[in-house]
Design a protein around this ligand. Structure first.
Ligand code: BO1
Ligand code: ZN
Length: 261
C-alpha cells in the first residue's frame, strides 16, 4: 500500500525490450514461507570478495541512498551459491520504514523487519555493463540482508556519519574505503534463493535473489539517521525518506530454495 510510486503503469525510460513484462510472473519482493521452501543440497557456498578501495561515492537518488563501487574491473566479485557465473558489485542500498515495525521488502513467514540491505551485482562473465545485464534473465544477483534493531553496528556507523551530507535528493559525496563485506552476517552460507525482479523501475525479471537467513543488528539511533534523509530536493516541500519499499508480489509458480535444512 505504501509503494504507489512503483506501480507498473508508471513510465520509465528503461521500459523497453524483452524482459520488461508489466505484471510479469516473476516479480519481487515476496514473502518467504519457510515450510514451503525446498532444501537444495546442490547449492554451493557463497564466495564474496570485496575490495574497500574501490568504494567511490554515496548519493541520495530520491529512492534510497546508494554506496557505489568502481565496477569497471572484477575487484568485487560474487560467485558460488546458486550462481553459475561471476558477478560484480556495483552498489548497495537499503529500504526502511518510518517505524521499527516494518520497512523490509522481503518477509519471512510474514515477519517484517525494520530495514533490508541490497548488495547489487551484475554478471561480468556474460556482459560488459550493468545496463546490458539488467535486461537479461541471468543478468543480476542481489544479496538481501535483514536489519533488526539491537546494538549499534560499528561497520555501519561510518556510513551513518556520511548521511547528513546527502540529506536531499540528488546530493552526492565522495565516500572511500568502505568494505561492503562488513555488512554481511557472520554466516553467509545459510540463505534462500529464488528468481525475481528489481523492486524499483525498470522492474526487470533479471535477478537471482539471495536472501540471508541471519540478520544484522543496528541501533534505533542508526535507523533514525536513515529516516532523516529526504525524498525531496532542496527546492521542494520536505518529504522524509521512509517506507521506500515495494509491496509484495505473488510467488506464482516459483520455488524458493534453501541452502540449509
Ligand atoms: S533492487 O535491489 O531490486 N531494490 C534494485 C532496484 C533498482 C536498481 C538496482 C537495484 N536500479 C538500477 C538502475 C541503474 C543503475 C543500477 C546500479 O541500479 O536502474 O540505472 O545503474 O546502481
Ligand atoms: Zn533494493
Amino acid at each position: 500500500a505504501c509503494s504507489s510510486k512503483y506501480v507498473l503503469s508508471q513510465m520509465h525510460p528503461m521500459w523497453q525490450g524483452p524482459l520488461v513484462v508489466p505484471g510479469g510472473d516473476h516479480q519481487s519482493p515476496i514473502d518467504i514461507a519457510v515450510r514451503k521452501t525446498v532444501f537444495d543440497s546442490e547449492l554451493k557456498p557463497l564466495v564474496a570478495t570485496y575490495d574497500p578501495q574501490t568504494c567511490q561515492q554515496i548519493w541520495n537518488n530520491g529512492y534510497s541512498f546508494l554506496v557505489e563501487y568502481d565496477d569497471t574491473t572484477d575487484k568485487n566479485t560474487l560467485k558460488g551459491g546458486p550462481l553459475q557465473d561471476k558477478f560484480r558489485l556495483c552498489q548497495f542500498h537499503f529500504h526502511w520504514g518510518e517505524s521499527n515495525d516494518w520497512g523490509s521488502e522481503h518477509t519471512v513467514d510474514r515477519r517484517l523487519f525494520p530495514a533490508e540491505l541490497h548488495l547489487v551485482h551484475w554478471n561480468s562473465d556474460r556482459y560488459t555493463l550493468f545496463e546490458e545485464a539488467v535486461m537479461e534473465e541471468n543478468g543480476l544477483a542481489v544479496i538481501g540482508v535483514f536489519l533488526k534493531v539491537g546494538k549499534r553496528h560499528e561497520g555501519l556507523q561510518k556510513l551513518v556519519d556520511a548521511l547528513p551530507a546527502i540529506r536531499h535528493k540528488d546530493s552526492i559525496v565522495e565516500f572511500n574505503r568502505f568494505d561492503p563485506g562488513c555488512l554481511l552476517p557472520a554466516n553467509i552460507n545459510d540463505y534462500w534463493t529464488y528468481h525475481g525482479s528489481l523492486t524499483t523501475p525498470p522492474l526487470t525479471e533479471s535477478v537471482s535473489w539471495i536472501i540471508m537467513k541471519q540478520h544484522i543488528e543496528v541501533s534505533h539511533d542508526q535507523l533514525a539517521v536513515f529516516r532523516s534523509l529526504l525524498f525531496t530536493s532542496a527546492e521542494e516541500v520536505q518529504k522524509s525518506m521512509v517506507n521506500n519499499f515495494r509491496v509484495q508480489q505473488p510467488l506464482r509458480s516459483r520455488t524458493v530454495r534453501s541452502s540449509f535444512s
